[in-house]
Design a protein around this ligand. Structure first.
Ligand code: FES
Length: 166
């Protein structure tokens, strides 16, 4: 079965509405100190991520070089140029978690979700990332899904954990 979703005018309209909202934000913030970071932050909140077209749009509206916008976006790790999932899974690969099987958790999640670290599932449900120690070393291996911390994670239980988010 072909599950590819066709682009329809309603999707385009929704994108246009987002751009309109971002344009209003640009007008509101443009003369404030540190406006570029604030605008990018809000734009990411509205659009979900910061694709190149959106960076170009912001650069043009602010009358600054695209290289300046791109430089800020790539400097700060909280900006993303790729679509992100509704849920972010972060597996700890700090020393304690690594030693107690953190890598096996990453491998199992890659297999279950069909994506690599740093990527997002096609249905935009999950983004998979790794991170350093989150202070739960005594109960390693640990991972988080959004704000929830999972400790002593058993790779065989990952499917059940992930399914709760569907
Ligand atoms: S190393 Fe993973 S919680 Fe500390």
């Amino acid at each position: 079965m072909n599950t590819q979703v066709k682009q329809c005018s309603c999707v385009k309209e929704s994108d246009r509405e987002k751009y309109d909202r971002i344009e209003k934000v640009i007008e509101e913030y443009r003369d404030r100190e540190g406006s570029l970071i604030q605008i990018l932050h809000i734009a990411q909140g509205i659009y979900g991520y910061l694709p190149m077209e959106l960076q170009q749009f912001i650069a043009q509206k602010l009358d600054v070089p695209l290289s300046k916008v791109y430089g800020v976006v790539t400097f700060y790790s909280f900006f993303s140029t790729k679509p992100r999932g509704e849920n972010t899974i972060r597996v700890c690969l700090g020393t304690a978690c690594y030693v107690r099987g953190g890598k096996k958790i990453v491998d199992k999640l890659r297999e279950l979700l069909g994506i690599d670290v740093g990527d997002t599932t096609q249905d935009r449900k999950f983004t998979l990332e790794v991170m350093r120690c989150i202070g739960a070393c005594g109960l390693a291996p640990a991972m988080t899904i959004n704000d929830k911390v999972y400790k002593q994670v058993n790779p065989d239980k990952l499917q059940d954990i992930v399914e709760k988010y569907y």
